[in-house]
Every structure is written in C-alpha cells, then in structure tokens.
Ligand binder design. Structure first.
Ligand code: FAD
Length: 406
C-alpha cells in the first residue's frame, strides 16, 4: 500500500515522483513500470542512443541512487492490468494487488503496428523502448537496405541515423508530404530535400501493401502498385495507441486517451493521468481537447499533479515545446500549429537556418525554428502573448522577433 502509486516509469511517472519529493511530500511513493529499466529519456532512442553517441547511463533520467535516497520505491518489470477505483488498488499481470491513496496514470502508449502484419518477424521494428532500440542496433551491422514506414519525427530521425551509417534508406509516407500532421508545408519540403540530399529515397503518397518475409525474416516491402523494395530492416513509425484500457474498463471517460480536467484528474476518484495518454484541454490550441506527445507535456503535467496532491493546486497551462535532431539540423518548436491559416517563413531554407511562424486569424500560435535558436527563444513570447505582429516585419529575418511588435 502506497500513498501515491505511479503507473508507468517513463518521463511523466519519473517527474511526478521527483516533483512530489521536491514539494516536500512525505508520504510513501511507488512507481510501477513494465520495462526492466529505471526511468530513461526516450527521445535519444531515435537520435543519439541509436547512433551510438550516448550510452544508456547518459540517458537515465536520474542515477539509480537517486530513487533510493528519495525513498521512491521502484517496482520494475511489472504490468498493471486492472484497476479497482473503489477498493483503491491495482492488480498486476502476476496477480499482485497494490493499494493506493492517489493513483497517477503515466503509461504513454505502445507504438501502432501495421494492421494485418505479424510484428514478431525478424527485422520488423517499432521504436518506443530501450529494448526496441537495442534490437535494431544489434541487427544494423547486417543491414544494407532499410525501409522506414511513416514520415513523422521518429521515422525521419531514425532514417537520418541509418543514412549516416551508410545504409540505403527509403522513407514511405502515405500523405502527400512528410510531417504533414505536425508542421506546415515549407518545413515538410525542407526536410524532404535534406533527406534526399543525404541519399534517402523519400516517397510521399506511398501506399504499403504488405511486408514481405521469408522464413520469418523481413526481405522487403511491397507497395500497392506491386513494386517491392528489398530490405533487411523495416522501421514502423506511425504513432502510438494510448495505454488506458484498465481505466476505461472501469468507467473512466475517454477513448483515444483518458480524459482529464485542468488539474489532470480523470473522471475516477483519486486517479490522475499525465503525459502521452492524457486527453486534456490545451490552452495553446484554442482549448481543443487533445493528447500531446512530448517530454514537455509529460513533465509539466507531472508537476501539476504533484501540486494538486500536495494541496497547492494549479491548472495546466504550460507552453508546448518540442525538438528534433536530424543530421546537423536542430529543429526547435514552440506552440502548437494545429489549425493555422497562415505560415510565414523567416530566412532562407537554402541557408539551412530559418523559421516558420504559424498564425491563426493574425495571431501567432507556433514557431518551427531550424538552426535558429534565437527565433525560438524570442518567438516564445509571441506565442505566450498571442501576439498579432505586422506580417511584413515578421517575414523580415533582419528584424529580431523580440522587436517585431515595436
Ligand atoms: P512514457 O515515457 O512512454 O512512459 C510510460 C511508461 O509506462 C513506459 O515505460 C511503459 O512501458 C509503461 N507502461 C505502460 N503501460 C503500463 C502498465 N499497464 N503497467 C506498467 N507500466 C506500463 N518528445 C519530445 O519532446 N522531443 C523529442 O525529440 C522526442 N523524441 C522521441 C523519440 C522517440 C523514439 C520516442 C519513442 C518518443 C519521443 N518523444 C519526444 C516523445 C516523448 O518521449 C514522450 O512524449 C514521453 O516519453 C511521454 O512520457 P509518458 O510518461 O507519457 O510516457
């Protein structure tokens, strides 16, 4: 029995425990996670860790001793399969029952798999956990051709790492441009061109028919038009499915994620949800209900829950930000571009340092900044203030963003 039980030892779960102790919370805290590892950073799995530039020790969220010192019990390699909100307990796959005073649900979600495909085939991968990345890394020396299905951030990052390793890489994107769900066309076209310049075969409007395998090993990807792309590795990056079934099964509101109020409470008593699985109203998307899959969102919602549990409640109102590293390009984003009606490019993409400013009815809602940290830092205030700058000044890269309202 624990005063606070956190399900999911990832970004949100770890930060909830850290923030509770920072707030001098003295109750008992346990974190239960189905992976064998202590909490680690997930973003490097498609970047520095996959590239071999960072060891596992360097991506751990805290060293092992930290959890012991802060009296945070870590129950690893255990999966919660059921919740009893009335009895205030959870049940693990092994049938163990653990009671709680408050439950923090921070489970993220498993990667979506290709419908109708057997994902246990050797060479077919998704990237969510350290184990996923380790399996890919172990196979890489034998791989000469790889196909990435899905032109989102994770797929493109993995493609960049593999291209740097000298692999022949094809990226298949079903929509008419990469990053279509998260960015404007200028950014999509820029990244398509960058990948092509690095030898990656980027194909948009590409429809996958099936994965071809022989004796349990991937040998290629067949497209709808019958073409087969031979390869030894396939990486599928097509999003996640929020891991919320045990809550929905006992009546929590939600579906694609579990619904939370502004203080991250689910509709079930004493149960909170944070991070990738939390369906919340986001102030930076005109109050739209959404899930946000980012470290920022997981950490900031964790901080909110810690405040609510320690009796100093605040509403979730954090500015969204995100990053992506591909080749020598550092993308930094602030705000949420969903629903933009105007996108202004500042600077010249050909110079490989530029920003895209997204507006909605004249109001700045987001920025994507490529190798343009100054714009990212100064643009944040425009998003926070919902500034309505003069578009000509905004488009003029010689005018610093902090002066654009002058
Ligand atoms: P997670 O960190 O996924 O943690 C959830 C944990 O709960 C997992 O360990 C899971 O196995 C466990 N779990 C699930 N169900 C159960 C259960 N029933 N019982 C016990 N344990 C359970 N974000 C950025 O901001 N920038 C980036 O550059 C970026 N790059 C990324 C690259 C990759 C390859 C991936 C996979 C993600 C990336 N993200 C990035 C997204 C970011 O990692 C997530 O938004 C973040 O990890 C969400 O935190 P979370 O706590 O909600 O979930």
């Amino acid at each position: 029995n624990f005063d606070v039980l956190i399900v999911g030892a990832g970004h949100g779960g770890a930060q909830a425990a850290i923030a509770l102790r920072q707030a001098k919370y003295e109750g008992t805290i346990a974190m239960i996670g189905d992976e064998p590892e202590l909490p680690y950073e997930r973003p490097p799995l498609s970047k520095e860790y996959l590239a071999g530039d960072k060891s596992f020790e360097r991506i751990m969220i805290r060293p092992a001793a930290f959890w012991v010192e802060r009296k945070i019990t870590t129950l690893l390699g255990k999966r919660v399969v059921a919740v009893d909100a009335e009895a205030k307990l959870v049940r693990t796959a092994e049938g163990e029952e653990i009671g709680y005073g408050a439950l923090v649900w921070a489970t993220g979600g498993p990667p979506r798999e290709l419908p109708g495909e057997d994902h246990s085939v050797f060479g077919l991968h998704t990237v969510r956990t350290r184990a996923d990345a380790d399996r890919m890394m172990a196979e890489l020396p034998e791989v000469s051709c790889a196909v990435v299905i899905g032109g989102g951030y994770i797929g493109l990052e993995a493609a960049a790492v593999l291209a740097k390793f000298g692999k022949h890489v094809t990226v298949l994107e079903a929509q008419d441009r990469v990053l279509a769900r998260v960015a404007g066309e200028a950014l999509s076209r820029f990244y398509e061109a960058e990948h092509r310049a690095h030898g990656v075969d980027v194909r948009v409007e590409a429809k996958v028919d099936r994965i071809v395998n022989e004796t349990g090993r991937v040998t290629g990807v067949r497209l709808h038009d019958g073409e087969v792309l031979p390869c030894e590795m396939v990486i599928v990056g097509i999003g996640i499915i929020p891991a919320v079934e045990p809550l929905i099964a006992v009546g929590a509101a939600g579906g694609n994620g579990v619904k939370v109020d502004r203080q991250c409470r689910t509709s079930l008593p004493n149960i909170y949800a944070i991070g990738d699985c939390a369906l919340h109203v986001n102030d930076f998307a005109d109050g739209a209900e959404m899930r946000v899959e980012s470290v920022q969102n997981a950490n900031d919602q964790a901080n909110v829950v810690a405040k609510v549990i320690t009796g100093a409640p605040v509403d979730y109102h954090a500015v969204p930000w995100f990053w992506s590293n591909q080749y020598d390009l550092r993308l930094q984003t602030v705000g949420l571009s969903v629903g933009y009606d105007q996108a202004i490019t500042r600077g010249d993409p050909a110079a490989r340092s530029f920003s895209v400013v997204y507006l909605k009815q004249g109001k700045v809602i987001a920025l994507d900044c490529v190798n343009a940290t100054k714009d990212y830092v100064q643009g944040r205030a425009l998003v926070v203030d919902g500034a309505r700058p003069d578009v000509a000044r905004l488009a003029d890269a010689s005018v610093p963003l902090k002066e654009v309202m002058a």
